[in-house]
Design a protein around this ligand. Structure first.
Ligand code: ADP
Ligand code: GLC
Length: 484
């Protein structure tokens, strides 16, 4: 039996990306296909999306979707079907998906993303000819209202179940109560088990309350969000949902992230031809203005935020350099962190190379040329850069949290003895933990046989979508069976 799923997201590669959500929403449809799931993705029609979409067919129009005219265009996301919500009043703006060029959130984000949810609920209910779905899968707070509209104000057609996936509990789409009338929901939705959250409107909360299942992107994060530290106010709800909240680890797109066939890197390689990585290291040193030597080269590819532990990183860079190591970093985010990184690079010319910005191709070259990647996150629902690193023989040095804890095997004596270690884990995110992890990593690097074993163990790991695609497909099937 084929199940038809409508996946609703605010970003998806290759059309629009600000983080890991885009990688997941872009790759999951192809991963589900072998399991009998046909996925259509619904995205907002930002200028970048419309431009890449080219000439597309209009298949539906709303005279007013939460106050703005909108139409639905059909196209392709890679080889998979795509629906684009073209509502110029909401999405035809210069800047990013969520804010202007300076990074300031759009003031009407609640309406922009409620409209996305309203459209999804209409489509799921059968408003659009020849678009019938068995289930809706909503990703993050931006898509969460789909589940609430399906529950409280469904289009008068078919009723189907929904799944809410939390990619990051820190972003909940929380707004003042005054927006409630603008959502055009019935009054009954204003309830503790509805959209109300701490006196305001919580989009993610509404999605979690309304969906038939809630998932998050790693098993450890699914446990962590039951605590106040990680649940960010929704820990009680997670606890109450019990086994309706589960963790399904993200996979990676192994066609896109494969050092044997990566058009972005200087020299292709496999586990058998690992020595060829050196050419990528030399190329990266040149590109980043670093000294060329055989000492360890750390890389960082990250949003520069507190979540990612990036506030601690600048403090530890003199220690890193003092250990004979160098660092190449690409990232953007908090301006204070950017300045501190620039200052470290100025202090340590040839040893620290910093690139502020977003560069997908450079991120591939860093994975292929770096010896180790630093991921000192305070919390990490899944994390993808450590997974790409494993595939590229770039040893991950991570904090023991969320998906990082689930995917990296620390090079402790037991794991080294058993020959299964793939990286280095640290406990806690502070100067001492990070400095100690760097010292430990450099010592491992200086033992070539052990280092090679770490790299090869990582490259052998299978973090493709194979298993997780199956897990989502099984979840969908169980919910559909339960509903019909
Ligand atoms: P998050 O989504 O929380 O930022 P993830 O590790 O899940 O973290 O995903 C981040 C994604 O964004 C990865 O694909 C990573 O390679 C990419 N990325 C992050 N920062 C940059 C950057 N400055 N340039 C290029 N790619 C980046
Ligand atoms: C979020 C999380 C990250 C996760 C990504 C994709 O951005 O911060 O840990 O990998 O979503 O699920």
């Amino acid at each position: 039996m084929t199940l038809s799923v409508l996946s609703v997201a605010s970003e998806a590669v290759p059309l629009v990306k600000t983080g890991g959500l885009a990688d997941v929403a872009g790759a999951l449809p192809a991963a589900l296909a072998p399991h009998g799931v046909a996925t259509t993705t619904l995205l907002p029609g930002y200028p970048a999306v419309l431009e890449k979409l080219g000439k597309a067919k209009e298949i539906h129009a709303w005279p007013s979707l939460l106050g703005e005219p909108a139409r639905l265009l059909s196209g392709k996301l890679g080889a998979q079907p795509l629906l684009v919500l073209d509502a110029p009043g909401f999405y035809a703006r210069t800047g990013g998906p969520y804010g202007d060029a300076s990074g300031k959130d759009w003031a009407d984000n609640w309406r922009r993303f409620a409209a996305l949810g309203r459209a999804a609920a209409d489509i799921a209910g059968g408003a659009v000819k020849r678009q019938a779905f068995d289930l809706v899968h909503a990703h993050d707070w931006q898509a969460a209202m789909a589940c609430a509209y399906m529950r409280y104000a469904p289009f008068k057609g078919r009723r189907v179940p929904s799944v809410m996936t939390i990619h990051n509990m820190a972003f909940q789409g929380y707004y003042p109560a005054a927006i409630f009338p603008g959502l055009e929901l019935p009054q009954e939705a204003w309830a503790i088990d509805g959209v109300e959250s701490y006196g305001g409107v919580g989009f993610l909360k509404a999605g979690m309350q309304s969906a038939q299942a809630v998932t998050t992107v790693s098993p450890t994060y699914a446990l962590e969000v039951r605590s106040a530290e990680f649940g960010m106010g929704l820990e009680g709800l997670v606890e109450a949902k019990g086994d309706r909240v589960r963790g399904i680890l993200n996979g990676i797109d192994s066609a896109e992230w494969n050092p044997a066939h990566d058009p972005h890197i200087a020299a292709a390689y496999t586990a058998r031809t690992l020595a060829r990585r050196t050419a990528n290291k030399r190329a990266l040193e040149t590109e980043m203005g670093l000294d060329s030597d055989d000492g360890p080269l750390f890389v960082v590819i990250s949003r520069l935020t507190w979540q990612k532990g990036m506030d601690v990183l600048p403090e530890v860079l003199d220690h890193l350099v003092g250990n004979g190591a160098r660092l190449a970093l690409i990232g953007s985010g908090d301006s204070a962190i950017e300045s501190a990184l620039h200052a470290a690079a100025a202090r340590q010319p040839g040893r620290i190379g910093v690139r502020i910005g977003y560069d997908e191709a450079l991120s591939h070259r860093m994975q292929a040329g770096g010896d180790a990647i630093l991921v000192p996150s305070r919390f990490e629902p899944c994390g993808l850069t450590q997974l790409y690193a494993l595939a590229y023989g770039c040893v991950p040095v991570v904090s023991r949290t969320g998906g990082l804890a689930d995917t990296v095997i620390d090079a402790n004596p037991a794991a080294l003895n058993a020959g299964v270690a793939t990286g280095v884990q640290m406990n806690g995110v502070n100067y001492h933990a990070l400095a100690a992890a760097i010292t430990r990593t450099v010592a491992l690097y200086r033992d070539p046989a052990t280092w090679r074993q770490l790299q090869l163990n990582g490259m052998k790991c299978d973090f493709s979508w194979r298993q997780s695609g199956k897990a989502y497909a099984e979840l969908y099937a169980s919910l559909v069976a339960e509903t019909t």
